[in-house]
Each structure stands twice: as structure tokens, then as C-alpha cells.
Design a protein around this ligand. Structure first.
Ligand SMILES: [Fe+2]
Ligand SMILES: [Fe+2]
Length: 191
């Protein structure tokens, strides 16, 4: 029920509107992280950001980028280069995401790593919004149809990725142990 509702709401956005909406969402999360003080808040922001990014990059790689290549690369070889570059930027982001998933707020380099991810994603978003998305707009591609296809896939991806996370060796159990250890050490050194 919720699923159909969500998909039909999202499908009122065309592909570019949908991508821009996602971009704005992660940019807001990056700002929130910058303001967050508490580790629990940081953790929540990071978890949400990583999920958003995983779904978004998969959507682009599975549907949006191939559609652009198919439509435009024959006339313009640079389109393939642009898409290759975008995919490489996704790879860089994925490596950072994978590292962050093994970490917890409070770990050394956690904040630094997330900020590097944020900077690289901001750069990537800017490239997409100034080059790729306008290219798609000017080409007369069927952005409405593409948006609908992406909206459906987005719901599936959100479920798939969340299910994967549920069965992954539990990072929170690890962190509990770690933070208990830390508290213990902290107390011991103070007394
Ligand atoms: Fe992208
Ligand atoms: Fe994007």
C-alpha cells in the first residue's frame, strides 16, 4: 500500500527533478552533519546519507546514465567520457562509503572521512547539474517516462539495500563493545 503510494507520488517528477531532489536531500544531510555535536546524531545522519547515496548512485548507473549514453553518445563522443567520469566518481564514493560503514562516530578519521565524501559528492552533484542534467533536458529525452521507471526502481532499491544491511555482520554490536571499552578505559584512567 505504502509502496504504491510512494511510487505514484515520485513518478510525478521527471527524471531530472527526481535527481535534483535527491541531490538537495544529501546536501542538506551534509550541512546537518556539519552542525551535529552528538555522536548518536552524527551516526544517524551518516547512516541516512549512505543509504541515500547507495540508492541514488545505483539508480543513475542502472537507468539514467545508460539512457543518456543510448540517446546521445552516437552524436557526441564526449558524452561517453562524461558518463565514464561520473561512474568513476561513483566508485570513489563507494570506496569511502564502504570504509565508513565499518566505522563509528568517535573513531579516529570518522568525521574527516565523511567530510571528504561530502566534498567529493558536492563536486559530483555540481558536475551533474551543470553538465549531465542539462544535456538530457536539451536532448528531448523522455524524462517523464524515465522518471517513472526510476521511481519504481527506487522503491525496490531502498528495500534491497535495507534488507542487505539487516543481514550484514552487525556494526552496532561491534561499536557497543568498542564504546563500552572506551568508557571503561576512560573511567579507569580518571580514577
Ligand atoms: Fe551521480
Ligand atoms: Fe546524482
Amino acid at each position: 500500500m505504502g509502496r504504491t503510494k510512494m511510487a505514484s507520488r515520485l513518478s510525478t517528477l521527471n527524471a531530472n527533478e527526481m535527481l535534483r531532489e535527491d541531490h538537495d536531500k544529501v546536501k542538506t544531510l551534509f550541512e546537518q552533519f556539519g552542525e551535529a555535536q552528538e555522536e548518536s546524531v552524527k551516526k544517524e545522519i551518516v547512516q541516512q546519507t549512505l543509504l541515500e547515496l547507495k540508492v541514488h548512485t545505483a539508480l543513475e548507473e542502472e537507468i539514467y546514465y545508460p539512457a543518456i549514453r543510448e540517446r546521445l553518445a552516437a552524436q557526441d563522443e564526449e558524452v561517453n567520457e562524461l558518463m565514464d567520469e561520473s561512474e568513476e566518481e561513483h566508485q570513489v564514493a563507494k570506496a569511502l562509503i564502504e570504509e565508513l560503514e565499518k566505522m563509528e562516530p568517535g573513531d579516529q578519521h570518522f568525521d574527516a572521512k565523511f567530510k571528504v565524501l561530502a566534498d567529493s559528492i558536492r563536486h559530483h552533484i555540481l558536475e551533474e547539474e551543470t553538465k549531465t542534467l542539462p544535456l538530457a533536458e536539451e536532448s528531448g529525452m523522455e524524462l517523464e517516462d524515465l522518471g517513472e521507471q526510476m521511481a519504481h526502481r527506487k522503491v525496490e532499491l531502498q528495500e534491497e539495500i535495507q534488507n542487505l544491511e539487516a543481514i550484514r555482520p552487525d556494526a552496532s554490536a561491534r561499536s557497543e563493545k568498542k564504546s563500552k571499552g572506551r568508557t571503561h578505559r576512560g573511567r579507569a584512567s580518571r580514577s
